[in-house]
Design a binder for this molecule. Structure first.
Ligand code: R5P
Length: 288
């Protein structure tokens, strides 16, 4: 087995190689220093994968990484591997999983249709809707990243693990189990796409160190409001942790209310503090 990674997932690809005991094959992402003048992507796989079982890793965010992945599948395929397992750590466009209004594109299905061409199986993580795996015709599986969050929190000085809303309860239960910490939940009401409000709720967080856990931090609105609420109720320390850290728009300004922010390596950022490589490695092993 060998691991090849796109430029969105180099660190995770290396970690996955170590976890699987598989060599990491280097890839060039630029033909000339600084890239093409028109900004077009380029890839060249710098090793031999003929006859190999190849694990190809690339997050599909932001958009240029999607093009890069399409190029990588072609490049790897041309080197005649035995099999390609595609790992999409963060499935960009996965949230548009239905046509909410007439005339819209079904983005998640479009991506699935195109990304699966030339690969034998797909692994992804933390989907907004687990049903999205059904858009793939090749075997596709969603892997949970919550045990990785739990491992990160296990040795931290944290009293509670907290879900910012009911939707995050199943995630927090999984994290709490791995971390060996108690859990609770706040109640959130979403007013519109940009605004969420927390109903006042009596939580015994006074003087406590609390970890808010969600599947994804996007605009930061959800965890920032939860953190504000916890601080108002007397929490001493608030850590926000998620599998995927997108940090769009002015997310970091909003998140200033948190004492710490941690996310996995599915989307590399300044918040990346733990890896989901063990989760993907375990999932890949089960199909061998
Ligand atoms: C909601 O369904 C998700 O679990 C997250 O709570 C949400 O996507 C986070 O988004 P934001 O950071 O923009 O509040």
């Amino acid at each position: 087995m060998k691991v090849v990674a796109g430029s969105a997932s180099v660190a995770l690809g290396r970690g996955l190689g170590k976890a699987l005991g598989a060599p990491f094959v280097e890839t060039a992402y630029e033909k000339h220093p600084g890239g093409f003048p028109d900004g077009e992507r380029y890839v060249r796989v710098l090793g031999d994968v003929a006859g190999d079982d190849v694990v190809l890793v690339q997050t599909t965010h932001p958009d240029p990484k999607i093009i890069e992945l399409l190029l990588l599948v072609d490049a790897v395929r041309d080197l005649k591997p035995k099999r390609i397992s595609l790992v999409i750590p963060y499935f960009g466009y996965g949230r548009q999983d239905q046509r909410f209004e007439q005339g819209e594109a079904l983005s998640a299905r479009v991506l699935a249709n195109h990304l699966q061409m030339g690969v034998d199986e797909v692994f992804t993580m933390g989907l907004h809707n687990p049903e999205v795996v059904k858009f793939f015709d090749v075997p596709a599986r969603e892997v949970s990243g919550m045990p990785a969050v739990g491992r990160y929190l296990k040795d931290r000085d944290i009293d509670f693990v907290l879900a910012p809303d009911d939707g995050a309860v199943r995630h927090v239960k999984e994290v709490a189990e791995t971390a060996g910490k108690p859990w609770d939940a706040l109640q959130k009401t979403r007013l519109d796409s940009y605004t969420v409000k927390f109903e006042p709720k009596r939580l015994d967080v006074r003087g406590k160190r609390v970890a808010i856990v969600d599947d994804v931090i996007s605009t930061g609105g959800t965890v920032a409001l939860a953190a504000k609420e916890l601080k108002a109720q007397g929490a001493r320390h608030v850590l926000a942790a998620a599998v995927h850290g997108l940090f769009t728009a002015n997310a970091w300004d909003k998140l200033a209310v948190c004492d710490e922010v941690a996310a996995s390596d599915t989307i590399p950022s300044r918040a990346t503090k733990f890896s989901v490589a063990p989760e993907f490695a375990a999932a890949i092993r089960t199909t061998r």
